[in-house]
Write a protein that binds this ligand. Sequence first.
Ligand SMILES: *Cc1c(COP(=O)(O)O)cnc(C)c1O
Length: 491
Amino acid sequence: MPEKIREPLLRELSSPGRQGVRFPDLDVPQSPLPGDLLRGDLPLPEVSEIDVVRHYTRLSHFNHAVDINFYPLGSCTMKYNPKINEALARLPGFSALHPLQPEITVQGALRLMYELQEALKEITGFAGCSLQPAAGAHGELTGVHIMRAYHADRGDTRRNKILVPDSAHGTNPASSAMSGFRVVEIPSDERGNIDLTALKAECDDTLAGLMLTNPNTLGLFEEHLLEVIDTVHAAGGLVYGDGANLNALLGIAKPGDLGFDVMHLNLHKTFATPHGGGGPGSGPVVCAPHLTDFLPAPIVVIKEEATDDLPPFYGFHTPAKTIGRVKAFHGHFSVMVKALAYILMLGGPGLRQVAEDAVLNANYLRVRLQDAYRIPYNRICMHEFVAEGRWKDAPDVHALDIAKRLMDFGFHPPTNYFPLIVHEALMIEPTETESKETLDAFAAAMLQIAEEAHTNPEVLHSAPHETPFGRLDEVKAARDLVLQWDDRPPK
Ligand SMILES: *Cc1c(COP(=O)(O)O)cnc(C)c1O
């Protein structure tokens, strides 16, 4: 089968004179194009419409997608993205706007942004919200800039240090360093919590803040969360919340109530926009009252309250001590449309059920796999858990082999080798949208692979076998990327 799927990709589809489009006869005089704009050496493929459709449809099947099968890529929240979100984002009243239109002509779009800001504040328990950042990492950078601006505004210029737990996503230390802070790593304790003793030892008057992910990247709720936050606050620091794992808390706990000062959300993860293929994301930043003045500009506000005859008038506002603009125009508007559609469709009770089902699904898989795979921090988890992809009695088998073998069963592999504190990590996040049948099929595959690791490790080393392409040389694929088909002999 693989060869049959591959074969049409490996031959030239272009045939001289073949055409996929027909233009109507000219009804204006022909005029020559300037010669310096024309390239004679551009070999555009000559293909029919069906050639093009089959080519791209075939290519789309080479990739795994959440619309094809289970995608338990930990920390990425690869939930099913309802198609109605796309239909709404494509409405011409949203998709055909220009970002420089006068406010009066885009009141509907501004209302949508305003209502999304309000919904995100309600869900997270914060006082302010900016929708500008383009994705999670950008939201982190924005949030850390806000923390820096807050300390600077108080004349508290000695605070040059940010603490980051060793389980954190790599973007946390990167955002801190890019904002000019010194990053100090805090270890985790044996239950997967941030180590309180190590934390306290770093809480001095140079502390700008702590970046904390809760639930953390082990999928565990920080058991001493309130004490951690109080400790940082008592030293004059701020607590940044990495909100990538908000899916576990929706409708159950509000990070603002828990004492976080500022946080980003990943709309493309928690609020259902397709992601992972490089498309637009959105990483709004929400914050507590003492930080709202520093939010990036502009923010959508009601400029004139509704009257008996008129709806409210929405417009852009620049906070008094804003860190400035972090993105051209107003952020990724189409993702905002999808997120608000998703929030309104589910409503409060529906959002809470998202969290409950995500947590239930993760715990179901954790328990089904715990006898075959070592789970180093094995306690009730939130939306995901981390297993080890290694066995003492199967020393040649690695997490990568398990990941590749899973593709033979039609599943996307879990996140590999992250978080760094688990050896041969397999980070599994089922999300709420999967049925028990799917979870059972995945568990059965994982259990079979654990068996094979001991009885037939070669089938793991040589996996995948059932995909259009076998195991790639990942370094070569990254370093020597060929993006363009060219069957002409090399010059
Ligand atoms: C995904 C993720 C990020 C980064 O978010 P992007 O939207 O990919 O930039 C940060 N922290 C954690 C824990 C994540 O899972």
